[in-house]
Ligand binder design. Sequence first.
Ligand code: ADP
Ligand code: MG
Length: 239
Amino acid sequence: MITVDNVFKHFEQGDMKIEVLKGVNLSIKKGEFVAIMGPSGSGKSTLLQLLGGLDTPSSGHVRIQENSFSDLNEKKRTIVRRKDIGFIFQNYQLLSTLTVEENIAFPLHADGRKDKDGEEKIRSIINEVGLEGLEKKSPNLLSGGQQQRVSIARGLIHEPKILLADEPTGNLDRKRAEEILELLAKFNKERKQSIIMVTHDIFAAGYADKIILFKDGVIDKEVTREDQDYAEYLASFLA
Ligand code: ADP
Ligand code: MG
């Protein structure tokens, strides 16, 4: 589904060159739930931006199915991004001038066309994330957990193949976080959507099939649920 092939990324600031990704290789299968962990500033969000086609590598390739983002022009990249990818962020990034319902509907109209099943899709996803009765409210009036539900519904309304989540539970208490993670796990199972989630929280990472540990711009360690040392690995964080 996704392959990352020897990806380097640097940023230039004045005459300083900041090397962020230093040769990342990665492959993510259809329906896989992957957690990316690592210290602050290690390049996790940068990698997520590249996976979502929001930015391009300095060198190397990011492929979504057969499409390499670097071979596509800006316009084609935008099309792939809008069709195949959903995003969720730590700070929700909802538009306060729109209602809950309008926020959720946003990706359906992103390409300027009207989705004829749009109304039905919106009603159905609102039920699935448990926001019935709040459709007409401004997101500002909702709790953090509810706002993240709106953001999940918006991230999934267009049925993307891949959901990218950058610290989706970072602003939530344990109970709210658990509810959000259960919801992500449910969508992942039922719809076979791949989820790539950046997190600081080993509890959240425990929901993933595969945990990738990032350090100094490269992948330091990768463990999957099938690995002998998976449980041991999780426990080592909690010790
Ligand atoms: P993480 O998500 O792991 O905390 P980031 O990917 O956000 O790390 O950032 C990694 C490094 O890249 C940081 O040092 C950050 O300052 C730098 N960085 C990220 N985006 C930019 C940018 N657009 N311009 C300059 N530096 C950036
Ligand atoms: Mg980050």
